[in-house]
Design a binder for this molecule. Structure first.
Ligand SMILES: Cc1cc2nc3c(=O)[nH]c(=O)nc-3n(C[C@H](O)[C@H](O)[C@H](O)COP(=O)(O)OP(=O)(O)OC[C@H]3O[C@@H](n4cnc5c(N)ncnc54)[C@H](O)[C@@H]3O)c2cc1C
Length: 361
């Protein structure tokens, strides 16, 4: 089949490479002049990334052994293996993977609109509009997905966060990254300090609104020297988001396949890419096949809704609860991609935490 992938992010390029491997004729259209730039991501991957069995040497920056969690008055350290990647190199790894499989990547090509069966693509080098009529369209054009909107697929109640991050200089322990929770630091998520090395770190936070004010306050409190600023939109998973209409399949941030607890979209997006390719190649129902992954994202959303109502006191209680050795063990067994132990242990099994159940209503 003739397949057009809109957006050369890592998820679109991964899907393109797998589709070409299955014998499809695939073209990727990317509005920027280069793959991987500008960078709008911290680049943290849980060790669930190992499931893809991909070589990491070309993009791996650091590997963490621990995550430090700070609530207003408590601190805990959880053993957790996570990877830090260079998003420019990471995106180019997937771009090259696609090219090696015979995918044609058109840079400086923006999807503009849909007219009947035709997609109108603007080639900004030649300054012309091109018309294409692919059999299948993959919308992997990010959180605001113009393609999803053109197909009438973008759910009107979808929510986005706005993430702000700085590359800073300082002194850091490269073996662990830090997360800060609480009403005063970042009431709608958490702030992070993620070291690339002992002297450079990625520092940021994300909120639905007012990110900048909280970010400036966090930076001032820590007195960092800024080398570079990055920012971007991050979608939150919406359970009612339809994923397919006519010949168009939504994928990655365009589908809102992001964990609502951490706003990590890379691991779920890559897994979703494998599912969409299987569905297209083997004539399976996408909405149905994606359900196991969607269920996990729904659970992240449920946890998010509870955490959104946390007071500083709740954060302190939760952190001291998790600090117990028996609970720590559970956390070490699972990664952040799987919030089931958090939900089960903290909110259901442990009687003291039944009080958080009130936040579900
Ligand atoms: C500040 C911040 C920090 C983050 N940190 C993490 C993290 O640590 N870990 C993690 O897992 N996730 C993180 N995320 C989320 C992660 O970046 C996304 O989930 C991921 O980039 C999704 O990949 P994608 O390929 O679906 O979309 P994108 O990477 O957004 O790629 C979409 C591509 O489509 C292109 N495009 C857009 N419109 C058009 C058009 N009209 N025509 C053609 N091309 C178009 C864009 O230029 C882009 O190249 C973070 C996000 C932000 C903003």
């Amino acid at each position: 089949m003739n397949i057009a992938v809109i957006g050369a992010g890592p998820i679109g390029c991964y899907a393109a490479s797998l589709l070409a491997k299955h014998g499809h004729q695939v073209s990727v259209y990317e509005n920027h002049a280069q793959i991987g730039l500008p960078i709008q991501c911290t680049g943290l991957l849980t060790s669930d990334f190992d499931q893809f069995k991909l070589p990491m040497e070309s993009f791996l920056v650091n590997t963490f052994e621990n995550v430090e969690v700070y609530s207003p008055h408590q601190k805990l350290e959880v053993k957790q293996k996570e990877y830090l990647v260079c998003r420019n190199k990471f995106d180019n790894f997937f771009g090259n993977l696609a090219k090696k499989e015979g995918v044609t990547v058109y840079l400086n090509h923006s999807f503009l609109r849909k007219e009947g069966n035709e997609l109108i693509i603007k080639d900004s080098i030649q300054n012309v509009e091109k018309r294409i009529t692919p059999d299948i369209v993959i919308a992997s054009d990010g959180p605001l997905s113009p393609t999803a909107k053109a197909y009438g697929l973008y759910h009107p109640q979808r929510e986005n966060y706005y993430g702000i991050q700085a590359i800073v200089e300082g002194h850091f322990d490269p073996a662990s990254f830090k997360t800060y929770f609480g009403e005063k630091v970042c009431p709608e998520l958490f702030a992070w300090i993620v070291p690339e090395s002992s002297t450079i770190a990625r520092v940021g936070l994300a909120m639905r609104k007012n990110s900048r004010a909280y970010f400036d306050k966090f930076m001032a409190e820590h007195g960092f020297t800024v080398k570079e600023m990055q920012a971007g939109t991050i979608p939150v998973y919406h359970p009612a988001q339809q994923l397919q209409k006519e010949n168009c399949y939504l994928l990655g941030d365009a589908a809102g396949f992001v964990k609502a607890t951490t706003l990590g979209g890379l691991v779920p997006g890559l897994r979703q890419a494998e599912i969409v390719v299987d569905c297209i190649s083997n004539h399976k129902n996408y909405q149905q096949e994606v359900q196991p992954l969607a269920k996990k994202l729904k659970l992240h959303l449920l946890v998010r809704r509870i955490l959104d109502k946390f007071s500083d006191r709740d954060w302190d209680t939760l952190v001291s609860y998790i600090n117990q050795p028996k609970v720590q063990k559970v956390f070490e067994k699972y990664t952040r991609d799987n919030p089931i132990p958090l939900v089960m242990m903290a909110l259901i099994k442990e009687p003291r935490f039944l009080r958080f159940g009130k936040y579900l209503v």
